[in-house]
Design a protein around this ligand. Structure first.
Ligand SMILES: Nc1ncnc2c1ncn2[C@@H]1O[C@H](COP(=O)(O)OP(=O)(O)OP(=O)(O)O)[C@@H](O)[C@H]1O
Length: 242
């Protein structure tokens, strides 16, 4: 799939009537029950909602990791819901970065080598050292994950995700395993990446206070959007308390 050209004016994502049902019959779980959503390009968007309300399911569909049951989902002008598996793979490879609660770093590789795993196959990568500089870990590039704190390991995972210069960064509970001070440092890195690179950031979190750093907050309940709030003023991550 080519890099979208002149798509700045298009929303990063649009969905209409998006549903996802796991299983069938009496065992069916309706994880998404008709989601109509718009995520503007370049924004930090936080998804909040009770456990089981469908946040990760939505993130996984928009990230090309899972498929919807019905409805439409677009990334810019590309229809994700119409893509063949091969196209979805290319979409994930060329446009999307993921940051999860657990960092999934290779323990036998240094920070820099973990980032290189991605840059070696990426379409338009940045220098791994630059990615580590951006997350404040340039000096620790030769350290192994076991020599880094949880927050530092998460920053390596963020460096790995941004090194391929994705259009979108999906973050599922990126601070879930971290204490609040370390979590704030990680959120600051995400805000800095959004600011410096214009990367759209879509973040699922249980830490409701995180909403204060977002351009837009989507409240989820029972597989649907209950409310979308645009923050008139955003709080710097370092001022967020939870
Ligand atoms: N692979 C699956 N098979 C069956 N049911 C699933 C599967 N994945 C998710 N579900 C169900 O779909 C619903 C939505 O799950 P999802 O993980 O999207 O919620 P969530 O809002 O992200 O929850 P949490 O905040 O706890 O992570 C839940 O009822 C969950 O049990």
């Amino acid at each position: 799939m080519p890099k979208p050209s002149d798509t700045k004016a298009l929303p990063a994502f649009r969905t209409a009537g998006l549903t996802k049902t796991y299983g069938e019959g009496k065992a069916a779980v309706h994880a998404l029950r008709g989601v109509d959503l718009e995520v503007p390009t370049g924004e930090v968007v936080v998804l909040l909602g009770p456990s089981g309300s469908g946040k990760s399911t939505l993130l996984n569909i928009l990230g090309g990791l899972d498929r919807a049951t019905s409805g439409d989902a677009y990334f810019t002008d590309h229809e994700l819901t119409a893509m063949a598996d091969r196209e979805l793979t290319l979409y994930r490879r060329d446009h999307v970065g993921f940051v999860f609660q657990f960092y999934n770093l290779m323990p036998s590789l240094t920070a820099e080598e973990n980032v290189e795993l991605v840059t070696e196959i990426a379409h338009n990568p940045m220098d791994p050292g630059k990615a580590l500089d951006l997350v404040g870990l340039g000096e620790r590039r030769h350290h192994f994950p076991a020599q880094l704190s949880g927050g530092e390991q998460q920053r390596v995972a963020i460096a790995r995700a941004i090194a391929k210069q994705p259009d979108v960064l999906f973050c599922d509970e990126p601070t879930g395993a971290l204490d609040s001070t370390t979590g704030r440092a990680v959120l600051k890195v995400l805000a800095d990446v959004n600011e410096a690179l214009g990367t759209t950031v879509l973040m699922v979190t249980h830490a409701a206070a995180t909403a204060a750093m977002a351009h837009r907050v989507i409240h989820f309940a029972d597989g649907a959007i209950r409310d979308v709030v645009r923050n008139a003023e955003r709080l710097p991550p370092e001022e967020i308390v939870w």
